[in-house]
Write a protein that binds this ligand. Structure first.
Ligand code: TRP
Length: 350
């Protein structure tokens, strides 16, 4: 693995912070993370990050979630369905346990002062540093588009997201660490040049193993292998039913050679709190029919209360809009304050 040393250091730092939070020292942390509103949230989001956000929120950490609407156009040329996606994302968050009284939810596009940080921040990074970012490259290739200026600079935009509210912890997977590094670099360079305004930023490395999509590939809406939080029980059953397994009847847990069967076992395992191997042993000769039936049942049982809550929000769009307006209002206050500090530090007060 490249950057093994920096990964080890980031992991150690993450564990120290985790222990500190567990010990009750929540006051010094500000969490910021978010998602691009490109569709509905699915199980991968839920177990990979949403659950962790809810945990931090309920421990009393200052938690903030950005719905990164401007980031949607880093690699695509349309904002079709964006309003619907944004409202539904707020519903997904709240259904999963995000409490808007405790967690600020806001959209990029509604907070001009946050976006203005982009100008001084861009002066603190070089083109080479941006081009080195592995996620930028991967996303550009996946998009099939030429590299846009916005995609090239989006790690800097994320630094604005994190730093405008003085975020100092960002829950991330290992592959996202380069983003944290560039944000830390920007904060440090700004402080060195103009005086201390921004905090040290660290990634909180999530310990949840990556859940594969139903076919064993990376979970993604575009592969049709993802169970969305907003699906009905019937839609969930249908998706699981048509997922591809293999011709061997006897069920075993073998992610390498039996990706379809093993993905179902992992999915069932995470929703039931059981070991996938144990589930495989229990089903054995029952074959993939029984495995699918069991998986459907435990997924639907797990998400039943979440979906129930979601229905309430679906029927109260006014409330959803209020939540977002309130989050955007608070984000603007915070961003204005930080921008004032930035102007002062830079001597741009007239
Ligand atoms: N890039 C993230 C995604 O695609 C969303 C995001 C935007 C984000 N700004 C952020 C995540 C700041 C963490 C911190 O899902």
């Amino acid at each position: 693995m490249p950057n093994e040393g920096s990964y080890e250091a980031a992991l150690r730092r993450s564990q120290e912070i985790e222990a500190d939070i567990e010990a009750g020292n929540v006051g010094k942390y500000v969490m910021l993370t978010g998602d691009r509103p490109t569709g509905r949230l699915h199980m991968g989001h839920y177990f990979g990050t949403i659950k962790e956000r809810v945990r931090l929120q309920n421990l009393g950490v200052n938690t903030n979630i950005i719905i990164a609407d401007y980031q949607v156009i880093t690699d695509r040329d349309t904002t079709e369905h964006i309003q619907d996606n944004v409202y539904n994302m707020v519903m997904d968050y709240m259904a999963c346990g995000i409490d808007p009284q405790k967690t600020m939810i806001y959209t990029h596009s509604a907070v001009p002062a946050e976006n203005q940080l982009m100008l001084p921040f861009l002066s603190l990074v070089t083109e080479a540093e941006m081009e080195r970012n592995p996620t930028v490259k991967a996303e550009q290739i996946a998009s099939g588009h030429a590299l846009t200026g916005l995609l090239l600079t989006y790690p800097v935009h994320q630094a604005c997201d994190i730093l405008f509210c003085k975020g100092n912890i960002v829950p991330v997977g290992r592959d996202q660490l380069p983003h944290i590094e560039i944000t830390s670099k920007i904060a440090r360079r700004f402080n060195e040049r103009y005086g201390k305004v921004f905090p040290e930023v660290a990634g909180l490395l999530t310990s949840t193993p990556l859940i594969p999509g139903l076919d064993g590939r990376k979970m993604s809406k575009s592969y049709g292998n993802a169970i969305s939080i907003s699906m009905t029980e019937q839609e969930t059953a249908k998706l699981i039913k048509k997922s591809k397994t293999d011709s061997e009847r006897f069920i075993t847990f073998d992610p390498e050679n039996r990706p379809g069967v093993s993905a179902l076992l992992i999915t069932a395992g995470i929703c039931s709190g059981r070991d996938p191997k144990e589930i495989a042993d229990e089903i054995g000769n029952g074959g993939s029919g029984q495995l699918k039936k069991y998986t459907t049942q435990v997924v639907n049982d797990y998400f039943a209360p979440i979906r129930e809550r979601r229905h309430q929000y679906e029927n109260d769009l006014d409330y959803v809009k209020d939540v977002l307006h309130d989050g955007n209002r608070r984000a603007n206050e915070i961003a204005e304050k930080t921008l004032c500090e930035v102007r002062e530090a830079m001597g741009m007060v007239y």
